[in-house]
Design a protein around this ligand. Structure first.
Ligand SMILES: NC(=O)c1ccc[n+]([C@@H]2O[C@H](COP(=O)([O-])OP(=O)(O)OC[C@H]3O[C@@H](n4cnc5c(N)ncnc54)[C@H](O)[C@@H]3O)[C@@H](O)[C@H]2O)c1
Ligand SMILES: O=C(O)C[C@H](O)C(=O)O
Length: 230
């Protein structure tokens, strides 16, 4: 089962929950972790728009697990302490839409191109690896909880005025031509303070970015259509 197969079940659940959010806590920061995130975030945006409560600064798709995976795999390959590693992951949260930017990874390790390609694929397939290993008994649970807690904590720090809280998240965006995109986001007292750009990309990353756009666009449109039709 892919994240997209989950669409028919989760899209309806998310729609219902978002209607309740619009009614009972319209000013909340919403951290959407339910899959397929590439579609559930646009669904939430449409529900909030219809309810008149949409604030693009307060809706986040949680892609932190992709960052956790990219950091972990990079640290293993580069033989550095994972606690010191930073790797931005952009795009979306499914397969090739997950684009780790290892050219921005710190500490620098100058890994060969083949290693970068293998690390990229492992990061993109990380969720599927777990789903297949659990053979029908669900997806990543503890690592999802860890990633969700990290992101929620970052949001709380932002709300509390801690300066320079930057995390990757799938948000309304003008970084590309797509209406939603994951990139680094500065968090503040109102949620998104600034959506940061991609910075320079390697040729491999540029290629990955172009490849992911049609799939991400289709998933976003699927969410918008679902929210507006049903
Ligand atoms: N973004 C990520 O990084 C990431 C990682 C792993 C899993 N996920 C996604 O997180 C979601 C949850 O995964 P899980 O493994 O915890 O699933 P799960 O089946 O263990 O838990 C889902 C929970 O939702 C509850 N639920 C069902 N319908 C509901 C409704 N209408 N209102 C309120 N609650 C309802 C169920 O009772 C259950 O407790 C899935 O969509 C999964 O794909 C996301
Ligand atoms: O991959 C999945 O289907 C579950 C989750 O989104 C994950 O990244 O582990």
């Amino acid at each position: 089962m892919t994240r997209d197969d989950l669409f028919n079940i989760n899209a309806g659940i998310v729609k219902g929950l978002c209607a309740a959010i619009a009614k009972y806590c319209p000013n909340a920061l919403v951290n959407m972790i339910s899959n397929p995130v590439n579609s559930t975030v646009p669904i939430a945006a449409e529900v909030f728009k219809k309810a008149g409560t949409y604030d693009e600064k307060k809706l986040f798709g949680v892609t932190t697990l992709d960052v956790v995976r990219a950091k972990t795999f990079y640290a293993g390959k580069a033989k550095v302490n994972v606690a010191d590693v930073n790797v931005p992951v952009v795009g979306g949260h499914a397969g090739i839409t997950i684009l780790p930017l290892f050219s921005h990874a710190t500490p620098k390790a100058n890994l060969p191109e083949d290693d970068i390609k293998a690390l990229t694929k492992r990061t993109q397939d990380g969720g599927t690896e777990v789903v297949e290993a659990k053979a029908g008994k669900g997806s990543a649970t503890l690592s999802m909880a860890y990633a969700g807690a990290l992101f929620a904590d970052a949001c709380l720090k932002g709300l509390n005025g801690v300066p320079d809280v930057v995390e990757c998240s799938f948000v309304q965006s003008t970084v590309t031509e797509l209406p939603f995109f994951a990139s680094k986001v500065r968090l503040g007292k109102n949620g998104v303070e600034e959506v940061l750009g991609l910075g320079p990309l390697s040729d491999y990353e540029k290629e990955g970015l172009e490849k992911l756009k049609p799939e991400l666009k289709a998933s976003i449109e699927k969410g918008i259509n679902f929210a507006n039709k049903s």
